[in-house]
Design a binder for this molecule. Structure first.
Ligand code: GLC
Length: 742
């Protein structure tokens, strides 16, 4: 009794304390707002890019510094390092009210220590690893004078032609929501602490559904699809306490996101009660003119502020028009005040008014960037992100005493190759901290094995002059490792590809090397699922190595030689051909489902290709094997207020330690709207020693049975459900069923 009283007193004290803190901040915000002129208020809603590295079309403005000194700028992005952030902060403190600047940056997968691209990390299905990766990125970012990262990107995508698929978590809402939550927690930690930065959840919303997979293109979908598939990761990020959101370039059902009241006011700030602020994506406010939604920049400013876009990145619409719109009483000052208060509140929460230079400590910057502990973790996260797609006759892992190894391909030696589109500061690439694939092999077996190299060909182009040397090199070796794929800038922003086959003549190089009869291991490096059917069918071993960042070389070598048993699982379906796109695992059954590929008459099928992916969602092999057994359900009938406990045993039936991602899928057989044939509803990543067995428990509650019906009500419906436990969405090991009753 005594403990309970003590606990409740503590909780009461703690909640009063945090409430009073917030209250104090609100009082300070309101007091400051009262002193501000309309120009100073609009200044807080204005963000410019630094001139070092543009991440969009820059508007040249020679007066940035003078505007900062007049308090006419609230934030900057693309200003890297304590030297420059301190310099600009000093300008801001020369202004009348000394309101500090916010510095933002696209720290998408690492600041100086570069982690695997987010899609690769998603393939780890390791939420703790992803949170830690974000935590380290935040530490290095905050040590560099920056308060805010424009991440996580949480756009669901079912179209690998879209270049930005590399930034997200793939095609599934459940996995995407779990990862969004973990990444926000990782970036923000306890906001205001010295190692934390504000997260910025983007791109709100449905940007990943661009027609044709073509970046910035229109998006048109039912509200039900929006709520069922595309919004859940945003809601999860909000639940994790995300401080800011970024809107998206696309129009959604005819209305550009940045001018979309339904998205930003009705859903985000209304239903979801978001109290942070929304920043435009680059010039998206001004781009409403190009969209044909606003007649000019003044109307664009009106549409944006009315729709809930708080800060204007780089378009100058607010700076040039908002004061006039208020003067003409077209925009109530209350709308401007609400946006300004949202921005000021975050500056207070970060502690910038107490100490505008708290993030500008050059010694800390020196200590944190490329900290060896960070590098070690980057290597671990990278090994977990690698997916073993094929391992015929257990060619992998390779022996560390292999006499001669040929390492061939255009991705073997370049330092930049493994860093992906959003890696930072790579103009000053520093080989001290970046381990190429070649260097990783040298580190692992350089002392015992003879290593041979040939480039073979470029990533793009038709030139095969290097083939002869590559074949001759392969013929001298006991085993060939062939590293191929996309160049780092063939996915990312504005990098959509209509053809996602291996670029150039790389697959011809694979054929030439396979023709030597030597055992061949393929590494495929890319920011998206690629099409490589011949390679997949004719090469004994394939690792999907994405772009793994600073420690790519060491991580790849760890997996190649068995120091880490690969555990990755695909977060996206890999198509057999672009013609199948959009392709995703959790599709509906249709009225004429395809039973098999032979009979395509009058069923939902192609006459020239099978329906299924080359590699399915959730797929990934291991150097060991896992047996699933003893599935038990605590009940087979439940009410929507009850739960079912699901237990099963997993055994490592192989000879080496390994991790398995056990996936729990459900199928709601009949609904008031058609339901997917399979949906991920839970997963566990577990480590098992050889011969070890563990019992896993999952809980099925009403939230796992619920969906949006045609009236957009989120609820479950009585009926029969199939339960499937698998090693992938197409490798179901255990099945059960249960009934939801009224
Ligand atoms: C870019 C991207 C966005 C990024 C922003 C700032 O255009 O769309 O993701 O955060 O501009 O660089």
């Amino acid at each position: 009794m005594f403990n309970k009283t003590l606990l409740s007193l503590f909780l009461l004290f703690f909640s009063i304390q945090s409430f009073s803190q917030q209250n104090t901040i609100d009082q300070k915000v309101n007091a400051l707002l009262k002193q501000m002129t309309i120009e100073e208020k609009i200044g807080q809603l204005n963000q410019y890019s630094g001139d070092w590295s543009a991440t969009g079309p820059i508007t040249i403005n020679p007066n940035k510094q003078s505007e900062i000194k007049k308090g006419l700028l609230g934030s900057m992005l693309n200003v890297l390092g304590t030297t420059y952030t301190r310099q600009y902060q000093e300008y801001a403190l020369q202004s009348r009210l000394k309101i500090p600047l916010l510095f933002g940056q696209d720290v998408i997968h690492g600041y100086k220590t570069t982690f695997p691209i987010p899609l690769a990390e998603a393939a780890s299905w390791d939420l703790e690893a992803m949170e830690l990766s974000a935590r380290i990125s935040a530490t290095e970012t905050a040590a560099s004078g920056i308060h805010w990262t424009f991440a996580p990107m949480v756009d669901i995508c079912r179209d690998p032609r879209w270049g930005r698929v590399m930034e997200g978590a793939g095609e599934d809402s459940y996995l995407g929501a779990k990862i969004a939550y973990a990444r926000v927690k990782g970036f923000q930690g306890k906001l205001g602490e010295i190692n934390s930065v504000m997260a910025c959840v983007k791109h709100f919303a449905a940007y990943g559904a661009a027609v044709g997979g073509r970046d910035y293109n229109s998006v048109d979908m039912s509200e039900r699809m929006l709520w069922e598939t595309y919004l859940p990761p945003f809601k999860a990020a909000l639940d994790a306490g995300a401080a800011t959101f970024m809107n998206s370039f696309n129009d959604l059902n005819g209305i550009p996101a940045t001018g979309n009241k339904y998205l930003q006011r009705d859903i985000l700030k209304g239903k979801w009660k978001f109290n942070g602020f929304v920043i435009s994506d680059w010039g998206s406010i001004g781009e409403m003119v190009a969209h044909g939604y606003a007649k000019d920049k003044k109307n664009a400013a009106f549409d944006a502020i009315a729709a809930g876009s708080d800060m204007d990145m780089e378009s100058n619409c607010y700076r040039e028009n908002l004061a006039q719109l208020v003067k003409e009483k077209k925009v109530p000052i209350a709308l401007v005040d609400d946006a300004v208060k949202r921005v000021l509140r975050k500056k207070f929460e970060l502690g910038l008014f107490d100490d505008p230079f708290k993030f500008c400590n050059a010694n800390r910057e020196q200590k944190e960037l490329n900290n060896p502990e960070h590098t070690k973790i980057a290597r671990e996260v990278a090994t977990k992100s690698i997916v073993l797609l094929k391992n015929k006759n257990n060619l992998l892992p390779l022996s560390k005493t292999t006499k001669t190894i040929a390492f061939i391909g255009p991705m073997v030696k370049p330092l930049r190759a493994n860093h992906g589109f959003w890696a930072l500061d790579l103009k000053n690439i520093d080989s001290t901290y970046i381990v190429s694939q070649w260097k990783g092999l040298e580190n692992k077996v350089g002392k015992n094995s003879k290593l041979l190299y040939a480039k073979g060909c470029d990533i793009e182009g038709e030139n095969k002059d290097g083939f002869a040397e590559a074949v001759a090199t392969a013929n001298q070796a006991d085993v060939v490792i062939l590293s191929i794929g996309e160049r780092y800038d063939m996915s990312g922003e504005a990098k959509s590809r209509s053809n996602i086959h291996l670029p150039g003549v790389q697959e011809d190089l694979v054929k030439a090397i396979v023709a030597t009869g030597k055992p061949v291991v393929i590494l495929i490096n890319a920011g998206r699922p690629l099409v490589f059917n011949w390679t997949a069918d004719n090469v004994p071993a394939i690792l999907y190595t994405w772009w793994l960042g600073s420690e790519a070389g060491n991580a790849i070598a760890d997996v190649l030689f068995g120091d880490y048993n690969p555990s990755g699982k695909l977060p996206m379906s890999f198509p057999r051909d672009e013609g199948q796109i959009p392709i995703y695992y959790n599709h509906f059954n249709t009225g004429r489902p395809t039973q098999n590929q032979e009979n395509t008459n009058y069923v939902s099928a192609y006459i020239d290709l099978e329906n299924g992916p080359k590699f399915p969602f959730g797929y990934g092999l291991s150097y060991t094997t896992f047996q699933y057994s003893d599935l038990k359900l605590s009940k087979t009938k439940l009410k929507n207020t009850e739960i079912i406990e699901v237990t099963l045993n997993i055994t490592n039936s192989g000879k080496v330690v390994g991790e398995e991602v056990v996936q729990l899928y459900l199928r709601d057989r009949v609904g008031s709207v058609v339901r997917p044939i399979i949906e991920l509803k839970d997963f566990r990543k577990i480590k098992l020693n050889a011969g070890e067995t563990k019992t896993l428990k999952f809980v099925i509650d009403n939230s796992k049975l619920s969906f949006y019906n045609s009236k957009l009500e989120y609820q479950s419906e009585p009926g029969d459900f199939d339960l499937m436990i698998g090693s992938s969405s197409e490798d179901i090991r255990l099945k059960g069923s249960f009934e939801l009753i009224k």
